[in-house]
Design a protein around this ligand. Structure first.
Ligand code: GLN
Ligand code: ZN
Length: 746
């Protein structure tokens, strides 16, 4: 018998119903009761869909009102000390995630190498305890709809602690959690659970190599204390770090990723390590949108099947990372559309693959292969790689000399103030955009409106006293999608949303062919903004690595080739901006860090390719043109050398949400170029106090020189509302003025 399993289903809904629901609770439009009812409707609909698709093990507990890691912290009573209060209610839950008037939110970090962000569990002295058995409630609810097919999903104790902050003693922390997990497992088994998926993705990372002993202790404990629980030790995003040892864990099954960790995982299987084990084989890519190569995948499944006790077919990871369905993408070229596979289509794929393995010949299987072949043969997939020999990858002068020329041209004060690019997108802008897309207003009218916003905000920035201005990115819904709409080789979808953090979703474009610059991308808005002011306006572009990492990329050429193609396209745009007189151009690489391979052994090659492509994009400018870049929060210490090698004149870094640990690397390493360490957190609606901002400016000045430091918020302001943005920027400028005064210069 070959059965199929799923690891997690997208929360957002076909039409982002989930997002809308949660935001309407935040804005007070619906009560908690309504939120509970409506979220149940969404949850059950997701389950129902999966039963209908023929999934045998349907994930339960993957649904969340914000983030599944926060759910777990909450369930374990791991509440940041500053939020301590008796009532563990929903408002507390959201306050930890988003911050409130009196408290800064918990840190947010990228979920491994994805663009999903989890809320970092903050441990304090309070011993973990079960505040509720949330998973049991969800399991009971699910059983009523899908019966025995319900499969509880929970992040395992080792990964949970590894992702936490404030843990003093790792082993003790894990030990404290074990009785709680045991309790949850027991309850689930008593309620009828068969397999329980325990996600331990930390065991694909280098860090996991040091945690193998911990895994042995933990899973022996469960085997002894709850022998009746059938645990699946689930990993994804890479191969198991130490298959030899981990394959010995006393668990009922192993879930392995045969897409992103194919070579190593397959080798472990073929060497017989899992000969007597049940393997949940992740063979359909849960991270990308291309339909599977059935011929190859069927061969792979056969090879696995021959070497293990039993095989279950599943996606490589939770489908959280792909959109819901291609069904509503009616504008796509049919050949392309039929070559795509979002969550619902992936469920069909795993079903067909499992049937094939059982020897069932479904015409849909053959049809799938035909569609796949048609896509590969399509004209638009032709590969033309430009010759890069004559493209500069080195600025003429080195930084110290360039800086003088740039300063002469720009005449900025010390501690120049700026923002990261976007300003709040008012409901009015969204309405206008919608009317324009629906054809209710003309393109001219829409463009005029965008211009009026640009001009309003140029005035606002001048009045606030900011030094380097931006046009505000009002014409962009998203910093990657926008470029996807204008460059050749990309297509965008109508409903292809993916959760990024909380209710925030992005719609990654799909790169299906050769990328080329075929029209100006940003020139009109930037030049218009610059015409309104004598202060410098920064041109605002997204860099090649970020465009790739935040798109669904084609996989039939190498990543390096793709980076370079996009690098060349961005270079063309930079040239246009420079020729139009723009003196500062920012090339955002918000997602550079998140694309870093999980294994050290693969990281340098990625970084080298990334640096190369960034330098293709940015090295052709004149020395007096200042190149900025911006990166979002994450751990920077191990890539700081590569960041330096980008040779960007100024980098701004998102820092506030990490409560200081990120910026340490920039403070202690001798970073020689211009740098702005975000001085307040833009992910929270909270307006910072002047004292906080001053402290955030002064703290790094111990290590960094006055001449290299920039003052800016820590990311774009698109998601904020106008009043809080104005209030925060006013404080930012005032704080800067105070620090300038203190240092005795203006
Ligand atoms: N320039 C972009 C903005 O301000 C950068 C966003 C980001 O880093 N995610 O919106
Ligand atoms: Zn950012």
């Amino acid at each position: 018998m070959v059965v199929v399993s799923n690891l997690g289903y997208p929360r957002l809904g076909e039409n982002r119903e989930w997002k809308k629901l949660i935001e309407s609770y935040w804005s007070g439009d619906i009560s908690q009761e309504e939120l509970d009812q409506e979220s149940k409707v969404l949850r059950l609909a997701n389950l129902k869909k999966q039963v209908d698709a023929g999934v045998d093990y349907i994930p339960v507990g993957d649904f969340s009102l914000y983030d599944h890691i926060l759910d777990l912290s909450f369930q374990f009573g791991i509440i940041p000390k500053r939020f301590a209060k008796e009532e563990k209610d929903l408002d507390l839950y959201f306050a930890i995630a988003r911050g409130d008037k009196d408290h800064v939110a918990s840190s947010m970090k990228k979920w491994f190498n994805t663009n999903y962000h989890y809320i970092v569990p903050e441990w304090s002295k309070t011993k973990p305890h079960l505040t509720s058995n949330h998973l049991l409630e969800l399991y009971r609810e699910a059983r009523e709809v899908v019966g025995e097919k319900a499969k509880p999903v929970i992040v395992g104790p080792v990964t949970f602690v590894a992702l936490s902050s404030g843990v003093q003693d790792f082993t003790a922390a894990v030990k404290n959690l074990l009785p709680l997990y045991k309790h949850i497992f027991k309850d689930l088994v008593n309620a009828g659970a068969s397999y329980i998926q325990v996600d331990e993705p930390i065991f694909v990372t280098d860090e996991g190599a040091d945690l193998v002993e911990a895994a042995k202790c933990v899973y022996s404990y469960f085997a002894k204390e709850v022998p009746e629980a059938k645990l699946i030790f689930q990993t994804y995003f890479e191969a198991l770090i130490d298959a030899k040892e981990l394959s010995q864990l006393p668990v009922a099954a192993f879930g392995l990723d045969f897409v992103h960790g194919l070579e190593e995982n397959l080798e472990a299987i073929l060497s017989g390590l899992f000969a007597d084990k049940v393997i949940f084989a992740g063979v359909v890519d849960g991270r990308n949108v291309w339909s599977s190569d059935f011929i190859k995948t069927t061969e792979l499944l056969k090879a696995i099947q021959e070497n293990v006790a039993e095989v279950v077919v599943q996606p490589s990871c939770s489908l959280l990372h792909v959109p819901v369905t291609t069904k509503n993408e009616t504008d796509l070229d049919p050949v392309l559309k039929n070559g795509l596979s979002f969550a619902d289509e992936k469920l069909v794929e795993i079903k067909l693959l499992a049937e094939k393995l059982k020897g069932i010949d479904n015409p849909a299987y053959t049809q799938h292969i035909q569609n796949f072949d048609k896509l590969q043969a399509a004209d638009f997939r032709n590969v033309v790689l430009e010759n890069l020999d004559n493209v500069p990858t080195q600025r003429h002068l080195d930084y110290s000399q360039r800086q003088l020329l740039q300063q002469e041209r720009l005449g900025l004060p010390i501690l120049p103030t700026t923002t990261i690019g976007s300003f709040p997108q008012s409901p009015e802008i969204r309405r206008k955009r919608l009317s324009w897309k629906r054809g209710e207003i003309s393109e001219e009218e829409y463009k005029e409106y965008i211009k009026s916003e640009i001009s309003r905000w140029i005035k606002i920035q001048e009045d606030l006293g900011l030094d380097v201005l931006v046009h505000g990115e009002f014409e962009r819904v998203d910093m990657v999608e926008f470029f996807g709409q204008k460059l050749a080789g990309f297509t965008t979808t109508k409903f292809g949303w993916v959760q990024s953090y909380g209710s925030r979703a992005v719609k990654p474009p799909i790169i299906y062919g050769d990328v080329k610059h075929i029209q100006p991308l940003t020139v009109e808005e930037t030049v218009y903004a610059q015409s309104l002011t004598s202060r410098p306006v920064k041109g605002m572009l997204t860099g090649p690595i970020t465009i790739t990492n935040w798109s669904f990329e084609r996989t039939d050429i190498s990543r390096a080739q793709l980076f370079n193609q996009i690098g060349l396209a961005i270079k063309d745009e930079i040239q246009l901006l420079e020729n139009a007189g723009i003196a500062i151009i920012q090339v955002d690489e918000a997602a550079l860090r998140e694309g870093l391979p999980l294994r050290k052994s693969k990281q340098q090659a990625y970084l080298d390719d990334a640096i190369h492509a960034f330098r293709i994009a940015t090295s052709s400018v004149k020395d007096e043109t200042q190149i900025h870049t911006h990166m979002c929060y994450s751990k920077f210490d191990e890539i700081i050398d590569s960041i330096r090698e980008l040779d960007a004149d100024v980098i701004s870094i998102e820092t506030s949400r990490s409560h200081g640990d990120i910026i340490e690397s920039f403070e202690t390493a001798t970073y020689p170029l211009g740098i702005g360490l975000g001085v307040y957190d833009i992910h929270s609606p909270r307006v910072p106090t002047k004292e906080e901002v001053i402290a955030n400016i002064e703290r790094p000045l111990v290590q960094l020189s006055l001449g290299q430091f920039w003052v800016n918020p820590d990311c774009g302001l698109k998601t904020r509302r106008e009043p809080e943005t104005l209030a925060a920027l006013k404080i930012l400028v005032e704080a800067t003025q105070e620090v300038r005064a203190k240092f005795g210069k203006a």
